[in-house]
Write a protein that binds this ligand. Structure first.
Ligand SMILES: Cc1ncc(COP(=O)(O)O)c(C=O)c1O
Length: 363
């Protein structure tokens, strides 16, 4: 049961639209990135919906996230993109739960081989570092060595991938990274089931001739630096829980950063920075009540904020992120990226997933 009238409304029809659009644009299978609580959208609801679409893979950042999905009954194949700390117990669980792991370095692989893997069925994807300088192999000889050792030790290398660092930029860097990846693949005489490179912006801006899967995160949720056919799938609502008249000269909230320049009505709304709303939106953002723009006044509190409202207002529903003021607007105002705004949305916010306007699941 949820009591607080603050919730995220997630439109799964829009998610399906974005998924179908990216799939048909690329003509490849989709590895849906659901890490970081599905970019704040709620990873259980989103992943359960992807189960119904027979999505090729769900990508998470850690084994912990993968296990959370399995515990909640998510059945799609899951790939851990990040580092997995190894032990025999971990490997037994990974095999039992049908989770795929990334091989991030030769050190990691040699440690893997020190455990008993003969009775386990685990699929592995090799991560290649073509310029991000994060996880992954840089050296082609090391990768050939890895292939040799994996064959000798009956370790199944199901996939290989790399990650682009600037696919949102109109420079040559994605092409350079792609060429590195392609030539490395050409030196390996191995038939990978899955080859995947492209994140959202690369899917939209770059032609990848060798992969058979894409790895979108942000675009699935409806955002991109370039594309307009995507639909943002999530809106954020709350409610005015109290209205009060304040008089000219009175201040609002901690630090008294807002002073009324006239008598005015204000509304108190139960959402705050602990929900993930940046403090930088204090005195600096407009929410909507009945299509009327209402400024946030005073400093945003941990769990509440105050807005200036018209004298006469019939509805109490507050749109915190909708069609006009939204998560992208918040990112611009606070000089950050939409990824950060979305992923900081606290797990405590009630999430309602709707399909065909009916509630599909709540989280
Ligand atoms: C390895 C990897 N692949 C894919 C993605 C998805 O990126 P995007 O959200 O830009 O599509 C990420 C996101 O950080 C990632 O780390």
């Amino acid at each position: 049961m949820y009591n607080r009238p603050t919730y995220l409304d997630i439109n799964l029809d829009a998610l399906k639209h974005n998924y179908d659009y990216l799939k048909s644009l690329s003509n490849k299978e989709v590895f849906a990135v659901v890490k970081a609580n599905a970019y704040g959208h709620g990873m259980i609801g989103i992943s359960k919906f992807f189960d119904t679409l027979n999505c090729a893979y769900l990508c998470v950042s850690s084994l912990d996230e993968a296990l959370r999905l399995r515990k909640k009954g998510v059945v799609s194949p899951i790939l851990v993109l990040g580092y997995t700390q190894l032990s025999q117990k971990v490997l037994n669980t990974v095999s039992k739960m049908n989770i795929s792991l990334s091989i991030i370095s030769m050190e990691w692989f040699l440690e893997l081989m020190s455990y008993n893997t003969s009775s386990l069925t685990i699929n592995y994807h090799i991560e290649i570092d073509t310029g991000m300088n994060r996880l992954g192999f840089k050296d082609a000889n090391e990768v050939s060595n890895l292939l040799k050792l994996s064959m000798e030790n009956n370790i199944y290398l199901e996939g290989i991938y790399t990650h682009f660092h600037s696919s949102d930029k109109d420079d040559n860097s994605t092409q350079v990274q792609f060429e590195k990846f392609k030539s490395l693949l050409e030196t390996l005489d191995y038939d990978f089931k899955w080859i995947h490179t492209s994140n959202s912006d690369a899917i939209l801006n770059f032609e990848d001739s060798i992969s058979n899967a894409i790895r979108p995160g942000l675009a699935l949720y409806g955002y991109s630096s370039s594309e307009t056919k995507l639909i943002p799938i999530m809106h954020f609502f709350s409610q005015i829980t109290q209205k009060k008249l304040i008089h000219k000269g009175e201040t609002v909230s901690y630090g008294a950063t807002f002073t009324a320049d006239e008598d005015m009505w204000i509304g108190i709304v139960p959402v705050g920075y602990a929900d993930g709303l940046p403090l930088g939106l204090s005195n600096n953002y407009n929410v909507y009540v009945e299509n009327i723009s209402c400024p946030v006044i005073g400093r945003i509190c941990m769990d509440q904020l105050m807005i200036k409202i018209p004298n006469e207002i019939a509805s109490n529903i507050v749109t915190i992120s909708g069609l006009i003021s939204n998560f992208e607007t918040m990112a611009k105002i606070t000089d950050t990226i939409t990824y950060e705004i979305l992923t900081c949305l606290n797990i405590r916010i009630h999430r309602i997933f709707r399909l065909n306007k009916e509630i599909f699941i709540e989280e």
